[in-house]
Design a protein around this ligand. Sequence first.
Ligand SMILES: [Zn+2]
Length: 447
Amino acid sequence: MRGGAVAAFRGRIVAAGPEAEVLAAVEPTPDATVVDAEGRLVTPGLVDCHTHLCFAGWRAEEFRMRIEGRDYLEILKAGGGILQTVRATREATEDELFDSLRARLLELLRLGTTTVEVKSGYGLDLATELKQLRAIRRAALWAASPEGTGQEVVATFLGAHAVPPEFAGRAREYAELVAREMIPAVARESLAEFVDVFCEDGAFGPEEARLVLEAGRRAGLGRKIHADEVHHLGGARIAAELGAVSADHLAVTPPGDFAALRDSGTVACLLPATSFFLMKPRHAAARELIAAGVPVALGTDANPGTQPGFSLPLVMSLACLLLRMTPEEALVAATRNAAFALGRGGRAGSLEPGARADIVIWDCPALAHLPYRMGANLAHTVIAAGRVRVSRAGRDAETSPREARTFPRAAVPGLSQAVAPPASPPRSGPPASRPRSGPGDREGDRR
Ligand SMILES: [Zn+2]
């Protein structure tokens, strides 16, 4: 859409559509912030629905091992990989985890990401998992505070991320511990909204995954699953069977499993940056998933081992190049559908009344530039919960716009909106697997 506008009040979008209609519908408050996108692309804030950002220590040396040809499961068996992060995270204090997570959230904000899911899973014992989840909760409260980034942070308990060294060879026993003791403890403190499990050879089999997810369901938590990343163990079918909100990875899921996902409304959360970083020859079958009617989302999978990048726009580039998604599909997958993968469909990742006022102005004139300008950070102005949090107006902007006028609070009419005109939220269940961009010119606003 050209010449669009979005108006927000108290952190929520109240009107969106053609500028004249929006201006007719709302009366800006005297202290309203007015941001003119000056012809740039405007999208919803990006939603990263899959990260492992609460950890201590990077693993750059492993990068070298991978280049030498050793694969993930090999490194895992050698006691490296995730267990190295587990050792470092067990040693870190809650303050240290909170401080590093806060810094990472800021980096994500600068890249245009306004909703962030963060998993635990580097403790693999109750005390450390709780320490991670408390650090995530503090980061969520900080983000929502007046000094924070305005991002919404969503916590997921991933106690069954790997088999801890204390339980080597006894995955079943550890999964039982997760189900019987850890999940109820997490639920008692309301520390997580979702439970997740890594269903893979060398981690947890289908039976253990079911055990963990069923315990999550009994505790009132939403379900997610790391499924079919390296080997096909049927994780996608388990996700469908147990009403999981998302099944993630799906790099080797056979098409025969797609109908189950479609029928359950489970979002296929694809993580192409991971299969790219691991130099895998095979990536998720996005085209076939979309053709089968499965809603597709994208996430970074940001983590210290198998995908250390924080950029969702780069993930969108990889989704286009490796998964053959169109720029429109990639945007919907990284916003609207990613919100559905977090149980927030229509409330985040969308420019529609009632949704969080999370809006990004990109320093480019049209949507295709976003994945095309691979690796560039084009985020020009990032608005989260109705406030401008990042603004590059007046500096290093390619189109050198005049300085945007900014005031402290809410209400942002005057935004030109180039994609995803407000669509009415689906009544329930599955989000669109196809982009909802309606008719109109996607070449952007050149007022
Ligand atoms: Zn993951």
